[in-house]
Design a protein around this ligand. Structure first.
Ligand code: SF4
Length: 392
């Protein structure tokens, strides 16, 4: 739906864009997961990959993307490490044909530790994947059990060794903290152990209870209790220090990297770069236009077969909402956002409430800096308050 007065702003044809491929297939369900995924349904996989390639080809004819360069490719899911190397190869070839203006600078793939071996990873690397994100989630058997993961700590460690043996020099790990029974000290020790293993990137997410998940039902029924709130604040707060000791620095609220190993794909998103998302549930945005594909493999396939758009929702943001969203994204990064520059094109009636929200956040010591604003240490703990004020 387009709000009255909101007009799509044409993109800069010279600015490259990121391309996200959603592969929703998983071998098991994790109870906290709010992403769109399917377990089984293997009989639809070949048709799904054909449809995704078709969507990439269609995007090359879309004036918003035609003739532009793809800067980064990110395979997310679901479990993209279930993809055969030949499938990744064919998808990257389709992207290269559709957008021939140079090779992407970064090709990332999310991988689950179970079932990963050197041979599979070497195949993915030969197909063009250069950056791997291992979904460790925890290095503790108890953590993996309460998170209902299907792998053990030994699989986590073996997956990293296999990645190195396959030649990957850019490996990140995802970790979740705040599960029941976990103390802040235990989390910080676990994090230290993860960093000691020499990874280039760490994403550390607090366990959150997302609506509609099995976890939400268990919490509602009183059968699952998150770690104590004060403990979780200590976990969040101590994370920087532990990782910094290993030369891994924060560059976004939940993301840390050795210098030069920040995820370019995500960084571009936080800097409001354009994104083409293909596959079921994938989200896209070009300047102030946002759209999201249907989150249903069957519906997605039916639409693609009929030559129809897979987009379920589409929206054009008015100037104030667009600026608020850019500020929200930019503040998340440690490099921050030049607020004056972003607010300058707005009418005074749109600019004033955003400036007032930022001034209040500054007075509360939640943001700092000039001309680039960023969240303070305290602001990262209460980031939702800042973002709510901007987006309200
Ligand atoms: S967390 Fe990952 S592996 Fe687990 S169900 Fe969600 S997408 Fe699949």
């Amino acid at each position: 739906m387009t709000e009255a007065g909101a007009v799509p702003v044409p993109p800069d044809p010279e600015r490259p864009f990121g391309l996200y491929v959603h592969f929703p297939y998983c071998s098991a369900r994790c109870h906290y997961c709010a992403f769109y995924f399917v377990v089984g349904r293997d009989e639809t996989r070949a048709a799904y990959l054909d449809a995704v390639r078709g969507e990439i080809e269609a995007a090359a004819r879309d004036p918003r993307f035609a003739g532009r360069r793809v800067s980064t490719v990110y395979f997310g899911g679901g479990t993209p490490s279930l993809l055969a190397a030949t499938d990744v190869d064919r998808l990257l070839a389709a992207i290269g044909r559709a957008f021939p203006k140079g090779e992407p600078e970064e090709v990332s793939l999310e991988a689950n530790p179970d079932g990963l071996d050197r041979e599979r990873l070497a195949g993915l690397r030969a197909a063009g994947v250069r950056r791997l994100t291992l979904g460790w989630q925890s290095l503790r058997a108890e953590g993996l059990r309460v998170l209902t993961r299907t792998h053990g700590p030994e699989d986590d460690v073996a997956a990293l060794a296999a990645a190195r043996a396959a030649g990957f020099e850019n490996v990140g790990v995802d970790l979740i903290f705040g599960w029941p029974g976990q103390s802040a000290d235990a989390w910080l020790r676990e994090l230290d152990e993860a960093a000691s293993r020499g990874v280039e990137h760490v994403s550390a997410y607090e366990l959150t209870v997302e609506e509609g998940t099995r976890l939400a039902r268990r919490v509602d029924a009183g059968r699952f209790h998150l770690a104590d709130e004060d403990e979780r604040a200590r976990m969040f707060d101590g994370t920087d220090e532990v990782l910094a000791k290993h030369g891994i620095e924060r560059y976004e609220i939940s993301n840390f990297a050795r210098p030069g190993f920040e995820c370019r794909h995500n960084l571009d998103g936080w800097r409001s770069g354009d994104l083409l998302g293909v596959g079921a549930s994938a989200a896209s945005h070009v300047t102030n236009t946002r759209w999201t594909n249907v989150a249903d493999v069957d519906d997605y396939l039916a639409r693609r077969t009929a030559g129809a758009s897979p987009a379920r929702t589409s929206e054009v943001l008015p100037p104030r909402t667009w600026a608020a969203e850019d500020l929200y994204l930019g503040l998340r990064t440690t490099s921050g956002i030049d607020v004056g520059e972003r607010l300058r094109p707005l009418r005074e009636a749109d600019r004033a409430p955003l400036r007032a929200a930022l001034d209040r956040a500054r007075a509360d010591h939640l943001v700092e800096g000039e001309p680039r604003f960023r969240l303070t240490r305290r602001g990262r703990l209460f980031a939702d308050t800042v973002f709510d004020a901007l987006l309200s």
